[in-house]
Design a protein around this ligand. Structure first.
Ligand code: FUB
Length: 340
């Protein structure tokens, strides 16, 4: 009944030419699926989305994304808000629209870039890189009582070093309760979040991870390693994983790679290429989770009609871990099957 009502609402909106999406201004409609057993990539077909960040909460997978606007300003990434979609079966997706935007952050004026969300003590924290009104990038925090928002700005940056490195936050709470926020381009850095998730241990401060070839392989980014940006930090079977967008030697497009460690703060050991550049656009961005017994890698391409490096779309591939925890290279794929 609920589904029928929603579809009827979508049909009515199409007839009236109304956008059901919240802030942002694009007039395309997010897709509403009926019963089906396979969902073709890209996941979202009504607007351009990038920088996928999955979060499993209860029996639902929430997918937070950035939003590439149709119309570019200065022929560059034009990104003003963050979107949320959810699914229980990987094929039927609900569009929660705009859940946080630059308009909600008084001290920011541009670049609503790659976010990640996490729950702690019944509150949801959305960590988002933004461009400050007075210059440079910093990490904002949106707070909500619901995974689908709306999120309210903390009121000031959480991480603000006064340089351009402060982008692409990834957050993880370890079994002992310590929360970590890694971030950075071209350097990988981290802070130890306090239990409130909106401040960090100032005595430890902002820690710079040693950017060595042992950790991130030789590559063509600024540190001489392949590490580029978009870190995704998590733990599985006692092993810590750092997945990231990377620049191989002599390559000027991002592939995905990973490193592992037996400790949450390294040292990191390079693991290999997770997804090659082939069939992609200049950037790629990983988001990984286990959901209902399946492992998924979310990434982005330029595969929607009109796609380009500034008009990306979020995709997903299912994969498996090897017994020793290593991961073989994952192909960009056509989509995923329904799960229960
Ligand atoms: O989407 C804007 C930026 O491009 C992200 O922050 C990076 O990870 C790259 O995808």
């Amino acid at each position: 009944m609920i589904k029928r009502t929603r579809i009827a609402g979508v049909v009515l909106a199409v007839m009236l030419g109304i956008s059901l999406l919240g802030c942002g201004g694009d007039t395309k409609m997010a897709e509403t699926n009926t019963e089906k057993s396979f969902h073709e990539n890209p996941i979202i077909k009504g607007i351009y989305t990038a920088d996928p960040a999955p979060m499993v909460y209860g029996d639902t997978l929430y997918l937070y994304t950035t939003h590439d606007e149709d119309e570019l300003v200065n022929d560059f990434y034009t990104m003003k808000d963050w979107r949320c979609f959810s699914t229980r079966d990987m094929v039927n997706w609900e569009d929660h629209g705009c859940i946080f935007s630059l308009d909600d952050i008084g001290w920011a004026d541009d670049r609503a870039w790659a976010p990640q969300c996490i729950e702690r003590n019944g509150k949801f924290y959305l960590y988002c890189p933004v461009h400050k009104r007075n210059g440079g990038m910093a990490i904002a925090v949106g707070i909500s009582d619901s995974p689908a928002g709306p999120f309210k700005d903390l009121g000031h940056p959480l991480v603000d070093e006064g340089d351009w490195n402060d982008i692409d936050p990834t957050v993880f709470i370890d079994d002992d309760g310590q929360a970590y926020l890694y971030f950075g381009n071209p350097e990988l850095r981290y802070v130890l979040l306090n239990e409130n998730m909106i401040t960090y241990d100032k005595e430890v401060g902002i820690v710079k991870v040693p950017m060595t070839e042992e950790s991130f392989a030789k590559g063509s980014h600024d540190t001489g390693t392949s590490y580029g940006e978009g870190p995704w930090f998590y733990k599985r079977d006692g092993l810590y994983y750092m997945v990231y967008a990377a620049f191989g030697e002599g390559k000027n497009m991002e592939h995905l790679a990973y490193s592992t460690s037996v400790s949450p703060t390294g040292p990191w050991v390079y693991g290999g290429v997770l997804m090659t550049e082939e069939g992609g656009v200049f950037t790629n961005h990983p988001g990984i989770c286990d959901f209902k017994g399946h492992s998924y890698l979310f990434y982005h391409t330029g595969d929607l009609p009109g796609g380009s490096l500034f008009h990306r779309s979020v995709c997903v591939a299912e994969f498996t871990y090897n017994e020793d925890g290593s991961i073989d290279t994952i192909d960009k794929c056509g989509g995923v099957s329904a799960i229960e």
